[in-house]
Ligand binder design. Sequence first.
Ligand SMILES: Cc1cc2nc3c(=O)[nH]c(=O)nc-3n(C[C@H](O)[C@H](O)[C@H](O)COP(=O)(O)OP(=O)(O)OC[C@H]3O[C@@H](n4cnc5c(N)ncnc54)[C@H](O)[C@@H]3O)c2cc1C
Length: 490
Amino acid sequence: MNRRAIVVGGGFGGLAAAALLAKSGWEVTVLEKNDSPGGRARLWVEKGYQFDMGPSWYLMPEVFEHFFALFGKTREDYYPLRTLDPYYRVFFAPGKPVDIGPDRSRVEALFEGFEPGGAERLRRYLERAKYKYEIAMAEFLYKEYASVFDFLNFRMLVEGARLNVFGRLDRSVRRFFQDRRARQLLEYAMVFLGTDPARAPALYSIMSHVDLNLGVHYPAGGLQAVAGALARLAAEQGVEILLNRNVRRIVVENGTARKVLTDAEEYSADVVVVNADYAFAETRLLEPSYQSYPSRYWERRVLAPSFFVLYLGVKKPLAGMVHHNLYFSEHWERHFETIFRRPSWPDKPCFYVSCISKTDPEAAPRGRENVFVLVPVAAGLEDTEEVRERYADAVIAHVEEMIGEEFRSAIEVKRVFSHRDFLGDYNAYKGTALGLAHTLNQTAVFRPQFRSRKVDNLYYAGQYTHPGVGVPMVLIAAEVVAGIIRGARS
Ligand SMILES: Cc1cc2nc3c(=O)[nH]c(=O)nc-3n(C[C@H](O)[C@H](O)[C@H](O)COP(=O)(O)OP(=O)(O)OC[C@H]3O[C@@H](n4cnc5c(N)ncnc54)[C@H](O)[C@@H]3O)c2cc1C
């Protein structure tokens, strides 16, 4: 009989790990509490608008290609992909947009306009970012760090010092650029990693290579369609995906996980892989004596932000927007302060707006727009109906100001998703959208480990482990954990 793996949670991490284990001959069941696979990548349909509820940026396409190749497949077997042009539009002040896209000469001209010599400095910055990225892909990301010596190996120490990998990202950017707008363009992607440019290690300048060199892409149907593709791939490998299965307990006997209990059933297991929120699983699914990271550990972590998300169906075209739009005000540092140092609702927020109906005609009825507004906010904030109403109103006003166009009166669908939804729908610790921030102390070996320290056959795969936050990172984590299980249990 095949050995049996139970995967708790059907997000990208769970589906990917399940598919890989099934390919290696395991009998795999995924237990997902919600009614669709994909975790934070879910679809919400209302009045003909199709909202991609979670991730919307398809970055690092090579990671997806690599993943499908592990199964002898290609990404084209599952979904078409197109490169966006522009990649995104940035507003540095209301009504003042600039577009960033594949035409490098235009991006360089923009940086030259920010400050003299900017084009040449951008070239140098991106060359270094590319070099770091290539080292990271070859030696850093697809790896388990069991000890600090694994992480601080000779290469890392030499290259780290040479490339200023361990310094602060914001300072490293400042060595190249003084202009606020140039710095914001090179720092903003830290929000993708749930962190603050003032606390992120300069290693993460690789994110500028990711967006400016590798580009921003759109999979037909959005990121939830990619989640659907992964579920299909997993099913093709023989994985059983069971939805509406809320896991309540992992039963451990003598240091070995034996069973997983849902509300109504029990599943025996030779191996358990947890993709659900790590903090929740450790503190709520396991007895205290089997918790590698008890409550006090999580209380001391730097949490990634939660998101205040608005899904809006707008019954008129919005001329000022493209597919991805970013608003970076002069209150940039103040906004990060409200997330990481003085938790409060930012009154002058920077935000992201996606309008996928610009690219995808299925996303909204004809002549209408599918608008998704995301404001990063501190985890753990009070999230009442009254706060939501007030904040939604203010955010809509900010977006109108950004594009210089009234659309409030044309909103026919409106939904807020914030802290208590992240908590209720995903068991996310303090309603964080992204788990743990990528500070230096929460990078690589300093992130929660793939293997439980207390339970012999219990593993974790998802955004909390190395390499961390974001769909490509989670696919990498799944590959690493599947390799660990194969190695430990063959
Ligand atoms: C609004 C938003 C926008 C984002 N934008 C981007 C982006 O543009 N690009 C990008 O790459 N990344 C983005 N991210 C980050 C990315 O979505 C995540 O890093 C990634 O999807 C995490 O995948 P995961 O498998 O680790 O976790 P999850 O997606 O959270 O999956 C975990 C699963 O476990 C399930 N679960 C929890 N508890 C239980 C239980 N008790 N029993 C059974 N199942 C359980 C949950 O329901 C969930 O389905 C975004 C995230 C959010 C929230």
